[in-house]
Design a protein. Structure first.
Length: 268
């Protein structure tokens, strides 16, 4: 169940590389089109996708709760497809959705800023100044998205297994590097344990969605940890009614084998 996650900068040339990798390996590509096609089944409107996809929050309390709910729904779409294996996850914080999943191969595709501006201007037939503004805005939005939701520096190379600079390496070589890397024995050996971890991540994500969608839960400042399908709840809540709501939501999630309740009631 090899998994490739690919992060890219706007104008870096990542799109043709991603598509060719998926084609050569006969892997399923998980990208914006797949998410849009699946959205209705996950209670996601097309307007919601446009508002939140790879963007930081609005920092308006009521709106941000809805944004986070929809963001978790997008992430569930990605995780459920990752569980099937042999996928290429394009963007959407794919690598950050799979912490400690060692069968995932994490790739980043980059190019110098001005080169990306020139490419985008040529591709879209737009003025270079407009292209420069769009590329800069895209960089800022994606960096903010990763920082807010995953607390990570988007550009830190140590977070990736392979960083490809498309001004120095051709698309053909980039595709070859990625397709050869996923056959590495280290990745193959970890597939069974990785599948269990992804199942736990899906359970965790479904509980997060339930709590965000439950008006009985005033706030969301408690932790959900899942190991071997067993859920541990910890942190603070505001009362017994809220505790019961959390337990109810967790119990209803398919796959949960047990719950350890470490929630503490704190009155403000």
């Amino acid at each position: 169940m090899a998994i490739i996650t690919i992060s890219r900068e706007m104008g870096s040339g990542g799109i043709p590389i991603v598509h060719q990798v998926a084609k050569d390996l006969k892997y399923t590509l998980v990208d914006g089109d797949v998410i849009r096609d699946a959205a209705e089944d996950y209670d996601l409107s097309q307007d919601a996708l446009q508002q939140i996809d790879e963007k930081p929050p609005a920092f308006v309390e009521n709106l941000d709760r809805q944004i986070e709910l929809n963001m978790n729904r997008i992430q569930l779409i990605v995780l459920e497809r990752a569980l099937k294996g042999n996928v290429v996850i394009y963007g959407r914080g794919g690598q950050d959705l799979l912490p400690d999943v060692t069968s995932a191969f994490r790739v980043r595709i980059i190019a110098p800023f001005e080169e990306r501006v020139e490419r985008w201007a040529q591709r879209e037939w737009i003025d270079p100044d407009l292209a420069r503004s769009l590329v800069r805005k895209s960089d800022q939005q994606r960096a903010g998205f990763i920082k807010y939701y995953f607390d990570r520096n988007w550009t830190n190379p140590i977070e990736y297994d392979l960083v490809i600079n498309t001004i120095r390496i051709s698309n053909e070589t980039a595709v070859e590097l990625i397709t050869k890397a996923v056959t590495d024995p280290y990745l193959v050996e970890k597939r069974d344990t990785s599948k269990l971890k992804i199942q736990d991540l899906i359970i965790q994500k479904k509980i997060q969605i339930a709590r965000l969608d439950d008006n009985r839960i005033k706030d969301i400042w408690f932790n959900i940890d899942v190991v071997d399908h067993h859920v541990t709840l910890s942190g603070h809540i505001y009362g017994e009614a809220e505790r019961q709501a959390v337990i109810d939501d967790t119990t209803k999630v398919e796959g949960v084998t047990g719950i350890t309740d470490k929630l503490k009631i704190i009155n403000y």
